[in-house]
Design a protein around this ligand. Structure first.
Ligand SMILES: Cc1cn([C@H]2C[C@H](O)[C@@H](COP(=O)(O)OP(=O)(O)O[C@H]3O[C@@H](C)C(=O)[C@@H](O)[C@H]3O)O2)c(=O)[nH]c1=O
Length: 186
């Protein structure tokens, strides 16, 4: 298993060994011992799965407030997404910064999204299945978002006009968002 650091503090790309043959491939997507050895020690207690039918669907930018903040491990099992994270942790060296990552059925990459990051993605193909593990249960009372098109963030999405849920058209900018995250050095 390979761990690749990113420009965002504590965000990591995970590459598991993929064994291809004439039938297709096999990979262990989550193996507790290997992940713990790589420093990913969270207890993942819920698995999520979404389907986005069209290219250009944007879901985001989502987070849950403490004490229900979630660490996530995200992957695309069909199609491809441009997955974006924003560091919302006050005091973090990368506070207010964003980075985008291609996650696809072809690169098998998974992304570790630490608690305190807003997370969202844009589908760049049709029929995109995204699956992710979380270490806190869904809590509608703690569920929050920031605007995917916040001009202060300037996220460079791969499309001009996304297909969004009604909820996702109404999020505040980062500067006006409810935010109780503090970065802690490891
Ligand atoms: C996230 C979630 C939603 N739901 C319900 C609430 C709602 O009726 C329906 C659809 O919810 P949403 O519109 O929030 O789904 P979606 O926009 O796909 O939300 C997801 O977006 C990505 C980017 C994330 O990072 C996730 O954590 C999550 O916020 O599913 C659950 O029951 N459990 C969950 O864990």
């Amino acid at each position: 298993m390979k761990i690749i650091e990113t420009s965002l503090q504590d965000v990591k790309i995970i590459e598991t060994a993929v064994f291809g043959d004439h039938r297709g491939f096999f990979t262990e997507t989550y193996t507790k011992d290997k992940f713990v050895e790589a420093g990913i020690t969270h207890e993942f207690i819920q698995d999520n799965h979404s389907l986005s039918v069209e290219p250009g669907v944007i879901r985001g930018m989502h987070y849950q407030l403490n004490p229900k903040a979630q660490t996530k491990i995200v992957r695309a099992t069909t199609g491809a997404i441009y997955d974006v994270l924003v560091d919302m942790r006050k005091g973090s060296p990368t506070y207010g910064k964003w980075e985008g990552f291609i996650l696809s059925e072809f690169n098998h990459r998974q992304l570790l999204v630490p608690a305190g990051f807003a997370h969202g993605f844009c589908t760049i193909t049709g029929n995109v299945n995204v699956e992710y593990k979380v270490d806190e249960l869904y809590s509608p009372e703690h569920d929050r978002g920031i605007a995917y098109d916040d001009p202060d963030l300037g996220i460079n999405w791969p499309i001009n006009k996304g297909i969004l849920s009604e909820k996702d058209t109404k999020h505040p900018q980062l500067k006006d968002a409810e935010n109780n995250f503090i970065w802690e050095a490891k």
